[in-house]
Every structure is written in structure tokens, then in C-alpha cells.
Design a protein around this ligand. Structure first.
Ligand SMILES: [Zn+2]
Length: 295
């Protein structure tokens, strides 16, 4: 990433609000940070589950999951105990619903598997779960999808590693583990949402996991502004037009209020798009390992 020219340097919340009010087609990219207020831990941050417990990370590696029944038994126990089952959406999720209902949210790509955007009221057709969902189980042999609560009921009833009811194959949550490819249709739709927005709003994501983080490249290379709302620095900070470090539950409602306070203009003020796709810059690093949420 090249150094940002002066007019693109971040200068915080006020600038982010101004950019939001000018944007007509906002695509949001959300990560674990938006769900921590709902009581769901960040698996990757300084206090992350994986950081503290490497064995938990092993459950998210597809090879270990397939080859080791003990890994699967442990994974099912973790799924049963996952904090998301008792969690509800928070003010950050609600703010994005408000943005959507005002017609200003163009796409909602999430790295989260918890389903809380839909629980908050986001249109399921708008939500792109780039790392899958823990709300369904998927058979690794025949692809059968089953609502996760049905499978977890079998675990509670004593099946430690419940096989597929259709073919007897190994079941797993319908999430993307390390070593598994992302679903191409979801990835394609995410890239399209990034390329066709005029503002990319990255919320609660460390922007270290590809290809999700590369959606910021796709957006900026196609002329969009980049606003980052995250407590910690990210590798994309030098590319951002504005960075907000405030807690998401406060920052996001404020930004959405700013966006809705003024009707969108035809062209954002001072928005000279940066170089287009031919203007250089690294591509979105396809082929790098996807994230592996536990499951
Ligand atoms: Zn099956």
C-alpha cells in the first residue's frame, strides 16, 4: 500500500461523519468487534480465544477435524456452549439496519458467523456471510444443510459426533475452516458489493484476514472512500480516509445519524475518485487462507 496523499489522511470521527453524510452507496464490512458488545468474544484479538487456547484453533482446521474424532467431539461441545446462542444484537447491528432502511446501505459483508445482523433485522438477502454461518450444520460428504439447533439437540441427547442423517457423513458447522475454500458465489457477491459502493465502512475488523480484508482494496481502487471503525490499528489505516477508534456501540449509531441527517448528494463534496482499476495497487490477494471461525 502506498502512502496516502494528504487529502486522504485520516482525521477521525468528524471527517468520518462528513463522508458518511455524503455517501449514497455504503458497503459495510463487519468483523468480530461488532459482536463483542453482544458478549461474543473476539477469537483473534489480544484477548482472543485462539490467542489463549491454540487447541481451540485446531478445531478450526479442516484436516484435523476430518481425521481426528476427538477434535470433532470437542468441536461439538464448543458449538453447544457457544455464547452466540444466548446473545442478541446490539446498537452497532441496529445502526446498520437503520442505514439499510434509509436506503443507504448497499451491501453488508460480514466475517462473523453469529447471525446477529439478521437477528437485528438486516435483510438476509443483503448479508453476505463470507466465513459462513454457525446457525446451520453442513455434511462434508453430501452437503446436506440442517438447522444447527436440530443437530445440537442430538449432541445434548448423547451423540458426541452426530453423523449426517442422509448419508452418515461427517457434519460440521457451515462455517469456513482453515483449509476450506470460501464459497465462490458469496465471495463474488462481496467483491461486487465492494467495487460498486462509494464508501466502504469497515467495522470491528482487524483487516488482517484475506480475502475479506482485500475488499477494502477493491473498493478504494474503484473510487470509494474508506472509513475504518476499529479500536486497534489495521494494515489499511494508511489507505483510510477516516479512522474512528471509539467503541463501536457509540461510534456506529453516531455515524449513521450523521449519514441520515443530510440527504445524499449526487456527488460527495470534494470526492475526486482515486485512480481506477488501471491505476495500480495490489489486488485483493485471492488464494490466501480464509479465516477459520471455530467450527
Ligand atoms: Zn450427508
Amino acid at each position: 500500500m502506498a502512502a496516502a496523499p494528504p487529502e486522504r489522511r485520516p482525521d477521525g470521527a468528524a471527517r468520518a461523519a462528513a463522508l458518511m453524510s455524503a455517501a449514497r452507496r455504503i458497503t459495510a464490512l463487519t468483523g468480530a468487534g461488532i459482536s463483542t458488545d453482544s458478549g461474543i468474544p473476539d477469537f483473534r484479538g489480544p484477548q482472543g480465544v485462539w490467542t489463549k487456547d491454540p487447541a481451540a484453533a485446531a478445531m478450526s482446521t479442516i484436516g484435523a477435524y476430518i481425521s481426528d474424532p476427538e477434535v470433532r467431539r470437542r468441536a461439538w461441545r464448543h458449538r453447544l456452549a457457544h455464547p452466540a446462542w444466548g446473545a442478541g444484537p446490539n446498537r452497532g447491528h441496529a445502526a446498520l439496519v437503520e442505514l439499510e432502511r434509509a436506503g443507504r446501505l448497499h451491501g453488508l459483508v460480514t466475517q462473523n458467523i453469529d447471525g446477529l445482523h439478521q437477528a437485528a433485522g438486516s435483510d438476509p438477502a443483503l448479508v453476505l456471510e463470507i466465513h459462513g454461518t454457525m446457525r446451520e450444520a453442513e455434511c462434508l460428504s453430501c452437503g446436506l444443510r440442517t438447522p444447527m439447533p436440530e443437530v445440537l439437540a442430538r449432541v445434548e441427547a448423547g451423540e458426541e459426533d452426530p453423523p449426517c442423517p442422509e448419508c452418515g457423513g461427517i457434519q460440521k458447522s457451515a462455517t469456513i475452516s482453515f483449509g476450506q475454500a470460501l464459497r465462490q458465489d458469496v465471495l463474488d457477491a462481496s467483491v461486487a458489493a465492494a467495487r460498486s459502493c462509494d464508501l466502504m465502512l469497515a467495522v470491528g475488523t482487524s483487516l488482517t484476514v484475506h480475502p475479506a480484508a482485500g475488499l477494502c482494496d477493491e473498493a478504494v481502487e474503484n473510487g470509494a472512500r474508506l472509513v475504518i471503525v476499529n479500536a486497534e490499528p489495521t494494515p489499511y489505516d494508511p489507505m483510510a480516509d477516516a479512522i474512528v477508534r471509539d467503541p463501536i456501540g457509540e461510534a456506529l449509531p453516531r455515524l449513521v445519524a450523521a449519514a441520515l441527517a443530510t440527504p445524499p448528494r449526487a456527488t460527495p463534496p470534494g470526492a475526486t475518485p482515486p485512480a481506477g482499476p488501471s491505476g495500480g495497487g495490489p489486488d485483493a490477494r485471492p488464494g490466501e487462507a480464509p479465516d477459520g471461525p471455530p467450527g
